[in-house]
Design a protein around this ligand. Structure first.
Ligand code: ADP
Ligand code: ZN
Length: 564
């Protein structure tokens, strides 16, 4: 596909320079354009900032007819249209909250003999809900004026993905109605299973796949323990590494966003919050202040992000556990789009896992989709979706608990990409601190912990189990007479953190299950550990060994936190 002998090659190169002002093509751009212009269905995986828009805007300009682009966010669409109009490319969009007369005008143009538009952008719910649009597309198609269908952020089609949107599922109708019109599906994030799901749901045939590495060499990753002094740590980190530079702090709840922003202001940073509970004008105001550098730090839920194009974001901090590795990778990806060195720090505590899990089961996690007004009921977290979300979250826990393997390797493995960790060049915390690791058989510890969960009647929390295992004589332990249990104190001699690593591993691997119990008015959540009998049975019978890797030097793991 990289050939320069296609009939359109000359036109491509001329227009890339003249209209878009680019001197050359970025990796895969020429290939993707050649494939889609040859009439093939194409699936593109390209990291954020890779230059996906050009791969359909340039063909749209050259090909006769109109290119239909489905994109999830009105703000993103408006941004694109503005750029296109500036480049003298005729483009329009249709969205649900548009005046009827305005829509009529666009439909009239679509029906005119030589439709002037080169690109028509629509939101997915338009395809799902507007018969008028479908009729117009049919008419364009009948007049051979429907050149191509582009599906941006295509991972939203998949329930396995981290950003599922119900209206995307209906897009399969396009291939049914227009089987011969080439489809170009684009995303910056998809695992192998998400890709399969998308290809199937859209009905793509003999689809050609382009993917490039998702590694972002200029980003530095680390996971730090989240303590009560987390915000002091954040302040110190920013002061020492990125003072007066731009950054995003992702928080779990709206209240967290506001609290964190306020605290950072007290520390003397120019910060503001951003979440789905603000009215659109407020949000637009904050976004504007941010892009003009009047505010440095945005404390936001994941509602902030899609369509953010600021090139000089120097740090992305996760104040609590992200929902999935995919989501985490994409959120981090908003840092350093200009290619300069930037930091990604995640503050992790196991108790956040319980909190996030609870919020997921309540459907209370803010989604990107908030920005364009999904009703909650559309996003009910039931059955398969809930299961997927919980599994994604557990993978994230496992990522955080891992203090041995290269962070890049772990992230990229999730996208099915092999990574040679020697090329990380110590740009993640684990590569920086670990010269080597040891493998340790922790089966006996695991068995004892499981026994303790059983002995305490599957009624207590993971931290209580750890206390008993360490031999605590706290009031609570005594009150329940847990100091008389046979494994009370059995883990006394273990290195700090070892027992909790094993216990959390048992949860991640589904031997034990955290059952989130209740939340009080202030949103605090308690949970109890239960035993997953079939899996545990085999373990207790000795049918399975559990091996964990630990940094070989404990000292090394205490290396200065702010090495970057
Ligand atoms: P994506 O959608 O993959 O995140 P965009 O299409 O928004 O990326 O492109 C990111 C930036 O790169 C834009 O500012 C765009 O103008 C620029 N860009 C895209 N292709 C090229 C190219 N061939 N040469 C130079 N700049 C490019
Ligand atoms: Zn590394």
């Amino acid at each position: 596909w990289s050939s320069k002998d296609f009939p359109w090659t000359k036109q491509l190169e001329v227009n890339n320079k003249k209209v878009f002002g680019n001197h050359s093509f970025r990796p895969n751009q020429r290939e993707i354009i050649n494939a889609t212009m040859s009439g093939c269905d194409v699936f593109v995986l390209m990291p954020t900032g890779g230059g996906k828009s050009l791969t359909y805007q340039l063909p749209a300009l050259i090909c006769p007819g109109i290119t239909l682009v489905i994109s999830p966010l009105v703000s993103l669409i408006q941004d694109q249209i503005m750029h296109l109009l500036q480049a003298n490319i005729s483009a329009a969009y249709l969205s649900a909250n548009m005046e009827w007369t305005e829509q009529q005008e666009i439909f009239r143009e679509l029906n005119s003999e030589y439709c002037n538009y080169k690109l028509l952008y629509v939101t997915p719910e338009k395809i799902a809900k507007s018969d008028a649009l479908l009729r117009n597309l049919e008419s364009l198609h009948a007049r051979e004026l429907l050149a191509r269908i582009v599906i941006d952020e295509a991972h939203c089609v998949s329930q396995w993905g981290h950003d599922f949107r119900p209206d995307y599922q209906g897009l399969g109708i396009l291939k049914q109605k227009f089987p011969n019109t080439p489809v170009l599906a684009l995303t910056a994030t998809a695992t192998a299973s998400v890709k399969e799901d998308v290809v199937q749901a859209l009905g793509l045939v003999n689809c050609i796949v382009f993917r490039q590495s998702f590694n972002r060499p200029n980003l530095r990753y680390s996971v730090l323990p989240k303590t009560k002094k987390c915000l002091e740590d954040v302040d110190k980190f920013i002061r020492e590494n990125h003072f007066d530079e731009c950054g995003i702090i992702y928080c779990l709840s709206r209240m967290d966003c506001e609290k964190v922003a306020e605290k950072l202001q007290e520390f003397g940073h120019k910060s503001a919050f951003y979440h789905g509970n603000m009215d659109p004008a407020q949000r637009a105001f904050v976004q504007k202040q941010w892009s003009k550098d009047e505010i440095n730090i945005i404390c936001a839920t994941v509602a902030f992000g899609m369509g953010i194009n600021k090139p000089d974001v120097r740090f992305v901090i996760h104040h609590s556990l992200p929902k999935s590795i995919e989501g985490y990778h994409q959120e981090c990806g908003r840092a350093g789009r200009d290619g300069l060195r930037s930091s990604c720090i995640l503050y992790y505590s196991y108790s956040d896992y319980i909190r996030v899990k609870h919020m997921i089961s309540q459907g209370a996690i803010e989604q990107n989709s908030m920005t364009y007004g999904y009703s909650r009921s559309n996003m009910t977290n039931s059955g398969r979706i809930l299961e997927t979300n919980t599994e994604n979250l557990l993978r994230m826990v496992s990522y955080c608990e891992n203090d041995v393997d290269c962070r890049r390797l772990l992230q990229l493995a999730h996208f099915g990409e092999k990574f040679d960790s020697s090329t990380c060049q110590k740009t993640c915390d684990n590569c920086l601190k670990n010269t080597s690791f040891i493998e340790k058989d922790v089966t006996e510890i695991a068995k004892q912990l499981v026994e303790l969960v059983k002995l305490t009647g599957q009624k207590v929390s993971s931290s209580h189990i750890l206390e008993v295992y360490r031999g605590s004589l706290s009031q609570l332990v005594k009150k329940h007479r847990h100091d008389t249990l046979s494994f009370h104190g059995a883990g006394k001699r273990l290195a700090k953190g070892e027992a909790s690593r094993v216990l959390h591993h048992l949860v991640v691997e589904d031997f034990l299950v955290e059952e989130v119990k209740k939340s009080d008015f202030y949103g605090s959540v308690s949970s109890i550990l239960k035993v997953n009998d079939p899996k545990v049975h085999n373990l207790l019978l000795g049918g399975q060994r559990i091996i964990l890797r630990f940094p070989s030097s404990i000292k090394a793991s205490k290396l200065a936190k702010y090495e970057f």
